[in-house]
Design a protein around this ligand. Sequence first.
Ligand code: W6P
Length: 414
Amino acid sequence: PRIADQIKHFACFPQTGVSLKQMVLFGQKPSTATMFKASQFLHEELPIRLAHRVKELDQVQFADMPSIIRVKNWYAQSFQELIELPPPKISSKMKEEFKRGARKSKEYFDNVPNHTYPPRQPTSQPYPIGHRYYNNIQHVKCTPEMTMYNEEMVKTIEGIKQRHDPVVTTMAQGILEYKEKTRSSLLDTDIQQFLDRFYMSRIGIRMLIGQHSALYRGPFYRNDYVGVICTRTNIKEIAMDAIANARFICEDHYGLFKAPDVHMFCPADIEFMYVPSHLNHMVFELLKNSLRAVVERFGPDYEDIYPPIKLVIAHGKEDITIKISDEGGGIPRSAIPMVWTYMYTTAQVQELEPEFNQTEFKAPLAGFGYGLPTSRLYARYFGGDLKLISMEGYGTDAYLHLNRLSNSDEPLIM
Ligand code: W6P
């Protein structure tokens, strides 16, 4: 009824992207006043993003599948919660305080050398390299209204994040329902593009919520973290961790005494700004695929003579690239597109794991799960990419490119 009209209205506004760099600069010194500004930004940005998703879910060719309707209702409910949350009352006293804080910040930053003008707002374009950032609300004193509004916003968006946890599995269910009904092509590009956009948007929304909640809740004792972003992510440590986990899962799944070895080549400790959980997700996913290919090519009785998987980390000016090479026999060139589809994938997962966990979409070593397409989205989200090159009859190389400068815009339209 009325909520549908409001969704239509909000879907007319363009979404505003936020780069990794902007998130770090904005979250560097969280205060009640900066959190308040961020809450206000999310209070208008999240309903816009959710409304776009509802609109697209309504127009897609499988809009009438029961599971798709469930997902759409979650988006609509979250939209409604946000627009029904009362905006903060901004008294004239508070306005004065923001003005005073801005003047004080200006004085402060004018007396600190090495700052470049003009100041920019956190949701505008990324900063040029070497541009020192400040926000003009560092010196604003907090008020009870600000504190109460922050608390309400954080509680609301944390609830929304939790509501949307089962979105990926439920969407997969919906695609399955559609496939059973229509027996449509496995490589429908419209559906593929829709799902890439949909899941990319989900990554962005969850990143914004996760970042805001982490800035609000802490922990505050680590000086190399800004929310969920680690400014000194050590890729070697994350790779070693992912290797141990993937090998363990592989041994468990195939009942092996010893999974294929993974040889890591990493020149030195490389530290860069990234979200460690995203990085872990991607490297772990690639390793699982390589391990699976090797074990399935040589069989389980080959334990000590499996050809090792090579993991090379290269460190350039623009990119950090991780190459993972296996000798698992490769995949035919014509089958590469299948690896990235969501349509083909669900069938595989269902076949291998008929009773796969409904909320946790992580069937260990299952077919080509959603793992590869979602890993590529995670890579692209911060300006990187994921590519596969395969030699049929020999093995596969996966290239995970990560943007070192991290100032790429959030990809909201692909
Ligand atoms: C394969 C298939 C694959 C997908 C992704 C990463 C590595 C591999 N190896 O055989």
